[in-house]
Design a protein around this ligand. Structure first.
Ligand code: EPZ
Length: 421
């Protein structure tokens, strides 16, 4: 196991290129199973979650070849001999995104029921509701989801909550269903729109992604796609924006989509950061005193829950009282205990965290409890006095490509070392 060792206090300065979006890449890789011919996908981030998803679709019989850099060529399985490898699917919650494609293309799917995780129970009732209304039979047996249906049929489905995963799974299944599917109260995240664009590249007929209603006309089969480029990762970008402000630095982010960063721009601007926008880049600086702010996480275009922990770290040294309300996951304040060990003054009452800004954090040993909590501890370590050692860094490398290298290039005193323990 490795740990990250950070000596805080260095303002981040320079330029960083944002990688492809983890949550778009995972959905697109899963959707590639639906294709009738080879697909080439670019801007795929080389991170652990993606590597597991690649191994998963290989275990289904797909041919997958990295073509250098961030491009992957996939020959989709024509038939499905076996279901996704259990030991791999258990590792990756997003393996549940294989349900829709397998059910639609092969009439059956068998995926381990993804357990809950540190941030919440994360049920799949909305996924199952959609598949059942399309005619599938879903059974939960021995920790596995077993679904089958000779031919899915289009119907009207209402999502009680705009779930990203349920929207993606049902949309993928609908591409090969008989007739038209209308999905209401869908998620509008950029990653959902990216997936819809990829599906249409394959010859699917998906309309309305990014709005509250998605309509899909089923087609008999899908084709290949010569080249599809995944969107940049708005959460990686947001993490670097927060780190730049937290260290009072001056950082330019390249390869971003400004519209996807609106909530971050708005809230960091309210806190006193200065943000200058370019075509596909953005520069973040923070010189003066920062101001406390209130944040509520909401489905897109609201403030993203995946940026909540990182903001918590930043606000822990902003004078005054800041409030964070986590409306998406029921248990996403795991990082609070670790930040308090660094001197943060945070009180949690249910879904509300009250942060009393303190003058500074002090470095110590901390552990990542989930992906974004790990990112938040990196932000905290960058601005703390003294040395911070972060263990359980495997969480961080699930979702960030070469985070320590990118930060070191911006002047951070950070290194990844073997953790003796
Ligand atoms: C996706 O998870 C992302 N993961 C998450 O990113 C992200 O935090 C989340 O969307 C919200 O934006 C991927 O895309 C791989 P949801 P997902 O279904 O699809 C409830 C990260 O750090 N719900 O929108 O699992 C659920 O319990 C990860 O990159 C149901 O009740 O999120 C939660 O409270 C973390 N029933 C809320 O909806 C369901 O059937 C949001 O979940 C499905 C979800």
């Amino acid at each position: 196991m490795r740990k990250l060792v950070i000596v805080g206090g260095q303002p981040l300065k320079g330029r960083v290129r944002i990688s492809g979006a983890k949550n778009a890449a995972l959905a697109v890789l899963s959707a590639s199973v639906l294709a009738g011919e080879a697909v080439v996908v670019e801007n795929i981030p080389d991170i652990n979650d993606v590597r597991v998803m690649v191994d998963l679709i290989k275990s289904l019989g797909a041919g997958v070849a990295w073509q250098g850099g961030d491009s992957v060529r996939i020959r989709p399985p024509a038939t499905v001999g076996s279901m996704p490898a259990y030991h791999l699917a258990k590792k990756l919650r997003a393996s549940n995104l294989l349900l829709g494609p397998l059910l639609a293309k092969f009439g059956r799917a068998e995926i381990p029921l993804p357990g809950g995780c540190n941030i919440g129970v994360r049920p799949m009732d909305l996924h199952f509701k959609g598949f059942a209304e399309m005619g599938a039979e879903i059974r939960l047996e021995k920790g596995c989801i077993r679904a089958h249906c000779k031919k899915l049929r289009g119907t009207r489905i209402y999502l009680d909550f705009p779930s990203v995963g349920a929207t993606e799974n049902i949309m993928m299944a609908a591409t090969l269903a008989k007739g038209k599917t209308v999905i209401e109260n869908v998620a509008k995240e950029p990653e959902v729109v990216d997936l819809a664009n990829f599906l249409n590249c394959l010859g699917a007929r998906v309309r309305g992604a990014g709005t509250d209603i998605i309509k899909v006309e089923g087609v008999p089969s899908l084709e290949g796609c010569r080249r599809y480029t995944v969107i940049p990762d708005r959460i990686e970008a947001g993490t670097f924006m927060v780190a730049a402000v937290a260290t009072r630095g001056d950082v330019e982010l390249e390869n971003v989509i400004l519209r996807h960063l609106e909530p971050l721009r708005a809230k960091l601007g309210e806190a006193g950061a200065e943000i200058f926008e370019g075509e596909d880049r953005l520069r973040v600086t923070a010189r003066g005193e920062l101001r406390p702010i209130d944040i509520k996480t909401l489905p897109y275009p609201g403030f993203p829950t995946d940026m909540q922990s990182q903001m918590m770290a930043l606000l822990s040294t902003v004078p005054g009282t800041s409030l964070i309300t986590e409306n998406i996951f029921e248990n996403r304040f795991q990082v609070v205990d670790e930040l308090k060990r660094m001197g943060a003054r945070i009180k949690v009452e249910g879904r509300l965290a009250v942060i009393e800004g303190t003058d500074h954090l002090h470095g110590t040993q901390v552990k990542a409890t989930d992906l974004r909590a790990g990112a938040a501890l990196v932000v905290a370590g960058l601005m703390a006095r003294g040395t911070t050692e972060i263990t359980n860094t495997s969480y961080i490398y699930r979702g960030y490509h070469e985070l320590d290298k990118k930060l070191k290039a911006l002047g951070a005193d950070i290194s990844s070392v073997e953790n003796g323990a």
